[in-house]
Design a protein around this ligand. Structure first.
Ligand SMILES: Nc1ncnc2c1ncn2[C@@H]1O[C@H](COP(=O)(O)OP(=O)(O)OP(=O)(O)O)[C@@H](O)[C@H]1O
Length: 331
């Protein structure tokens, strides 16, 4: 298999081969079965695990191996990375000496970075290297972070939104917020419960949020349980009201962007005004995000072509260009 670019997100895991071909794009979820042994057995990962969430019995639990983009439990993260590698390369000999560049949040502490490297190594990766996710995403979108001009990027993921300005192999400014795609899902959930009396599971609320950005037409039909009686209930909801419900979350991301702009040196501000803002991460696809960013910032917003996979693609590109890893080693 050779070498991989890996984006281990809170919500999704994406893996690309060295030439940036997409190998895996699945939810970062793992189902563990308690078998009485010291370590629980992995029952399912990715799509298989997500489709079973809420449908399984007592001895099985669903875990997300990362929180805020970093590892909280070394054993779980290791088991997850191992399961992902197993899915990609079922035979042991195929998993020998796989080199990898793994994305890491720019705000991760040295301890968190060490934990990620350790989990990757213990899971069987050979000499893994880390690359800051905003930089990897920009590389995946065709930007050269060694360029002399300052670029500004926002990565709106599930658990975090990171705003990063970089130039000539250096991070010039960085801000992050814990408000991103998952908060938009919660906004949709609360709106439907409070205004329509409909109760949904978290995954169903996420599906409604995604449908809100992908479906044509002014309304969508939402099916759930009546909040008062518990009986099945269907309501017609306008896209406009869902967009309004998500607006405070998008505004919080705008504030993070504005704070990062305030930290920029004057020369960099000029570059950003002429280059615009690069937006990626799944949260950037939500209905109204681009429009609100355009409106609030007053300069152009460039949506990534492949917002969900560009971090893994950029990590894979960095496998072929050592200068990128060396330049951003400390970030
Ligand atoms: N079409 C869409 N419309 C709205 N939201 C979307 C869409 N597609 C994905 N999302 C949301 O994007 C988020 C996941 O984005 P992404 O895969 O970039 O995050 P991640 O990298 O796993 O998370 P993090 O960066 O926080 O570690 C989820 O909240 C998901 O619901």
């Amino acid at each position: 298999m050779g070498a991989l670019g890996i984006d281990l997100g809170n919500t999704n895991t994406v893996v690309c081969a060295a030439r940036s071909e997409l190998l895996l794009e699945e939810p970062s979820v793992m189902l563990l079965r308690d078998s009485g042994a010291r370590r629980p057995k992995v029952a399912a990962v990715g799509h298989d695990a997500r489709s079973l969430v809420g449908r399984t019995s007592n001895g099985v639990s669903a875990v997300r191996p990362l929180r805020d983009g970093v590892i909280t439990d070394l054993d779980t993260a290791q088991a997850y990375i191992r399961a992902v590698l197993h899915k990609l390369a079922p035979h042991r000999w195929q998993r020998l000496r796989i080199h990898a560049v793994v994305g890491v949040p720019l705000g991760a502490t040295p301890l968190e970075r060490r934990a990620l490297l350790e989990a990757a190594e213990e899971a069987g990766l050979h000499r893994p290297a880390l690359l800051a996710e905003p930089i990897a995403g920009a590389i995946g979108c065709g930007i050269d972070p060694l360029d002399r001009r300052t670029h500004l990027a926002v990565d709106i993921g599930g658990g975090t939104a990171e705003v990063t300005a970089f130039c000539f192999g250096e991070v010039v400014a960085h801000r992050s917020s814990r408000v991103a795609g998952d908060e938009m899902t919660m906004a949709v959930f609360h709106h439907l419960r409070e205004q329509h009396g409909i109760l949904l599971g978290e995954l169903d609320a996420e599906d409604i949020k995604v449908r809100c950005s992908t479906e044509e037409g002014p309304t969508i039909a939402v099916a759930g349980r009546d909040a008062a009686t518990g009986r099945p209930k269907v309501a017609t909801v306008t896209i406009e009201e869902l967009q309004a419900a998500m607006r405070p979350v998008i505004d919080a991301i705008v504030q993070t962007l504005a704070a990062c702009m305030d930290d920029l040196p004057p020369q960099s501000v000029g570059d950003v005004l002429s280059e615009g803002l690069l937006a990626f991460g799944g949260g950037s696809l939500a209905r109204g995000v681009h429009h609100r960013l355009d409106e609030a910032l007053g300069f152009s917003v460039k949506p990534a072509e492949r917002p969900l996979t560009c971090v893994a693609e950029g990590a894979a590109k960095a496998l072929r260009d050592r200068r990128l890893l060396d330049a951003f080693r400390g970030w």
